[in-house]
Design a protein around this ligand. Sequence first.
Ligand SMILES: Cc1cc2nc3c(=O)[nH]c(=O)nc-3n(C[C@H](O)[C@H](O)[C@H](O)COP(=O)(O)OP(=O)(O)OC[C@H]3O[C@@H](n4cnc5c(N)ncnc54)[C@H](O)[C@@H]3O)c2cc1C
Length: 458
Amino acid sequence: MTETPVLVIGGGPAGIAAACTLAAAGLPVTLVEQGDRPGGAIHRRPADAATPPVPAPPGQEDRWRALEAGLAAAAERVTVRTRCLFLGVDADGLCLIEDRAVARVDALAPRALVLAVGAVERVRPVPGWHHAGVVTAGGLQVMMKRTGRVPDGRWVLAGSGPLLMAVASQMSALGRPPLALLEASVPLGPAAAALLAAPEYLAEGAWHAGNLLRRRVPVRAGWRLERIEAADGGLRLLARDRRGRRHTLDTDRVALHDGIRPNDFGLAEEGDACGFPVVRAGDCREVLGGRAAVADGRAAALRVLDRLGRPHPDGPAPGPVLARHRRAQAALARLYDGAASGTLSLPDDTVLCRCENRTVGDLRAALEGDRPSPREVRLTARFGMGACQGRFCADWVVAALRERGAAEAEAAAAAMTGRRWPLRPVPIRAFLDQNTTRAAERDEHARADERETDTERT
Ligand SMILES: Cc1cc2nc3c(=O)[nH]c(=O)nc-3n(C[C@H](O)[C@H](O)[C@H](O)COP(=O)(O)OP(=O)(O)OC[C@H]3O[C@@H](n4cnc5c(N)ncnc54)[C@H](O)[C@@H]3O)c2cc1C
C-alpha cells in the first residue's frame, strides 16, 4: 500500500526545505507550486531556459543551486506538481488543488499540510495609482525575472523598503536603470549599526549600491510620492522632499512598493482543526527573508514530524538562525520606517480598493456615525469584497479604523479579508470536472461495494 503524502504548498525556499526535511525523515511528499517551476519570489527563473537569470547579489545563485540539488536528491520521495494552485481546505477536510495544465480541481486528503506560500507586497495608496503604467516593484521584478529584460519605457520607483533598491539595482545591472528612486525613508542612523551583526545583509546592500552608483541613478531619500497624473501619454509624478518642497517628474511608468507582509489571506491556522496537522513555513508565517525561509521550512517540517510522532533527521537546529535573521529584519524595519500607515490623511479621491474602485472618500463616509466593525465596513462599503478579497485594501482600511480609535484586535486585517476557500478565483469548469471525478469515484466505490456483497452472497 502506498503511504499518504504530506502536502507542501509553495515551491520557494521554505517549501523546498520543508519537503527535503520530510523526505529525509522517510515521508512521501507532494510539493505543489502554482508557477511553472520551483524557485519562489527570490529564485524565480526566466520562462525561456536559454535566457540568463537576472543578475543577483553574490551568494544568491549558490543558495538556489543548493536548494535545487537538495530537491533533486529527494526526488524519490518528493513529487513536484507545478502549475497547480492550492485553493484551500474544504468542509470535508480535503485540500483542493487546481491543476491548471488540465483545468481540473483535485481533492486530496494529506497526512499533514505545510503552507509555505510566501509574502505579498504592501503598496501605500496614492492618488492616481490606478492609472495604466503603474505597477508594484515586485510585479516589475517578476517581469524582469521572467523575460531577462526591463520592460520598455522610462521608469521611476517610489515608496519605501529594501526591495525598491534591489529592483533599481537589477534594472541597472540589466543596462536600463530607472530615472530615479524615491525612497520615503532616510535609511541611515543607529539601526544601520545593528546590521553589522548580519554582514551578509551589508554585502548585499553594497552590491546594490554599487550598481546604482555605476549607473548614476538619482536616489532621493526622504521623498514621498503624493500624486500620479496622466499627462502627455505618460505619467506626471508629484513628490515632496523631506524639507517639504514640491517636485514634478515626468515618466512613462512607475513601480510602487512599501514593504512586504505574510501572504496569510484565507490560510488555515496552524493546528489540527482540519483533521490533520497544519503548519506554516517561511514568509507566510513571519517575514524573515530568503535565508531564514530555508531554516523556517526545516523548522516547520520538524513540527510536522513531532505531531506525527516521527524522529527528526540529522541537520542543523533552525532556532538560532531564525533568531539572527529576526534581529536583522527588525533593524531593516527601523531603517525603512517611511511607509507611514495613515489612511485618513490621504485625499478623498485616492482609490483604496482597485477591484471595486472604492475611494478614501467612500471609506470616510462609511466610518461616520457609530463605530463600524471591519466586517460592517466590508459588507456596507464593499471594501475587501472584490476579486482580490482585500489583499490590497484591507491593511489600509484597518489602519483607518485604528485612526478612528478602534483597538488593534477589533480592527484586524483578517476580519476584512475572505477566510474561506477558494483562495483565488477558479473557473467553474474546473470544479465541475472535480465533481465529475468525485461522482465517478463514488460510483466506482458503490460498484466495488456491490461486487464485495455479491462475493459474500456466493
Ligand atoms: C514580490 C517579492 C519580491 C521579492 N524579491 C526579493 C529579492 O529580490 N531579494 C530578496 O532577497 N528577497 C526578495 N523577496 C523576499 C523573499 O522572496 C522571501 O523572503 C523568500 O523568498 C521567502 O521564501 P518563501 O519560501 O517563504 O516564499 P516564496 O519564495 O515567496 O515562495 C512561495 C511560493 O509559493 C507559491 N504559492 C503562493 N501561493 C500559492 C498557492 N495558492 N498555490 C500554490 N503555490 C502558491 C508561489 O508561487 C511561490 O513560489 C521578495 C518578496 C516578494 C513578495
